[in-house]
Design a protein. Structure first.
Length: 437
């Protein structure tokens, strides 16, 4: 009886211990960890080749680039059995998780390089290294190489990929994340993925978009894909993306935000713009104009602000809109500008291409006193509106131009409207010659 109880206890202990043993065994490295140092410096290649054995199956190659950020290799690449696992290029990631299929005999080649310093003076070389470890895969994934800021982030990526259940979406999600592919093919995978409108991929799209180490083309496509998904919860992140230093990301965010209803973005856009300095505001203005995003009610509200800077920003952003409300508002501001910049109002009216703006702008251009200082804006706006009768008005403003800059701008406006150069009368004929300033 005692022997039976003893056997039972042994079996129970084995059942408890066995999962722990398996988990511990799964963490055992098949190769490494082995550190490789960048010894040949300043742009010279450091190649390391290793051979190792394994059973056929899925494995995880862990690359750790430096033990601290200053020790990260500037440029690295990895091939396994003559197939690219990680493209050779600059990376800022501290880790890479490379899910690969191994066979009985395997060979990998690791390439490391420094950046080549500019100029003749070369600073002391900082130690650089990469550590390679090969281990059984912790989760069952298709082959993929994922860049990580921290090794613990791998769980977040694997969970996001596991939520993509549709086979075609899953294949595209892996391609979008895979650092073994070039930026163009990864961006293409994101575009195709967005066309599927699969709600299960949002986690992957957010990981790509939020990864500030990733390539701008890919992040910009991920931003647009998030907008196509239509989840209003991501609007604050997209709004912050309007401030990104990379144009591809700003454009992707602006396009994404343009897909939402205006009432969903109005308050956040106004709040974002209100906090910016002049330089960054101009950048957002150019981005919004470039993608054709016109949240008209929001911009009309900005243009009506009591703060002159905010009001002028609103007028700038309304430029190019063909909305009837915008034309009527700008015509009212032309006669009652308040603290708004008349040059911005005039330019915005020209860009509406609305014929109702021709008469009031022509009357203003014909009055030498009222148009003083506004001639370049008036000439450009009249040329944009395209009425041939404005040629004489532009010519008259050319003749009274008081600066070289005004003269050149008005000459360009005349050429745009008529297709020919304005003939300035010779000295001694009626009217002044071109200003020499």
């Amino acid at each position: 009886m005692r022997s039976m109880r003893l056997i039972g206890l042994v079996l129970l202990f084995a059942l408890v211990l066995f999962p722990l043993v398996r988990a511990h065994a799964a963490d055992q490295a098949m190769f490494g960890p082995r550190q490789y140092d960048v010894k040949e410096r300043y742009g010279k290649e450091n190649k390391f080749q290793e051979k190792f054995t394994a059973s056929d199956g899925l494995y995880l190659i862990k690359l750790q680039s430096g033990t601290k950020p200053s020790e990260r290799a500037d440029i690295l690449g990895l091939t396994l059995n003559n197939e690219t696992v990680l493209r050779t290029r600059p990376y800022e990631y501290g880790f890479f998780a490379c899910f690969v299929r191994l066979r009985s005999e395997n060979t990998f080649e690791l390439l490391l390089k420094d950046h080549t310093p500019s100029g003749f003076k070369r600073p002391p070389a900082v130690p650089k290294n990469v550590t390679v470890t090969v281990m059984p895969a912790m989760v069952r994934l298709a082959p993929v190489t994922i860049g990580l800021h921290a090794w613990d982030d791998l769980k977040t990526y694997t969970e996001a990929l596991s939520r993509v259940t549709a086979p075609e979406s899953s294949s595209l999600a892996f391609a979008a994340l895979d650092q073994g592919h070039d930026a163009a093919s990864r961006a293409g995978a994101v575009r195709t993925l967005s066309d599927r409108r699969d709600p299960g991929v949002q986690g992957v799209l957010l990981l790509v978009f939020n990864d500030y180490y990733d390539e701008p083309d890919v992040r910009g496509e991920a931003a647009l894909a998030l907008g196509i998904q239509g989840d209003k919860a991501v609007i604050p992140r997209l709004m912050r993306g309007l401030l990104d230093p990379e144009e591809q990301i700003r454009m992707g965010c602006a396009r994404a935000l343009s897909l939402y209803k205006e009432e969903d973005t109005r308050d956040q856009l106004a709040a974002t713009l209100a906090t910016l300095d002049f330089a960054r505001t101009n950048g957002i203005v150019r981005t919004i104009a470039a993608v054709g995003w016109r949240p008209v009610s929001t911009l009309i509200g900005l243009a009506g602000s009591a703060d002159p800077d905010t009001a002028n920003l609103g007028v700038q952003l309304l430029s190019g809109s063909r909305d009837q409300r915008v034309v009527e508002l700008l015509l009212r501001y032309l006669s009652e500008p308040g603290q708004r910049d008349m040059r911005l109002i005039i330019a915005a009216l020209g860009e509406t291409k609305d014929s109702r703006a021709i008469e009031p702008l022509s009357l203003l251009a014909a009055d030498p006193l009222k148009s003083r200082g506004l001639e370049p804006a008036l000439g450009t706006a009249l040329a944009d509106l395209g009425d041939p009768r404005s040629a004489d008005l532009i010519g008259a403003m050319i003749m009274r131009a008081d600066s070289r800059e005004s003269f050149v701008t008005l000459m360009e406006a005349y050429r745009k409207l008529t297709g020919k150069d304005f003939k300035v009368p010779a000295r001694g004929a009626a009217g002044p010659s071109a200003p020499n300033r």
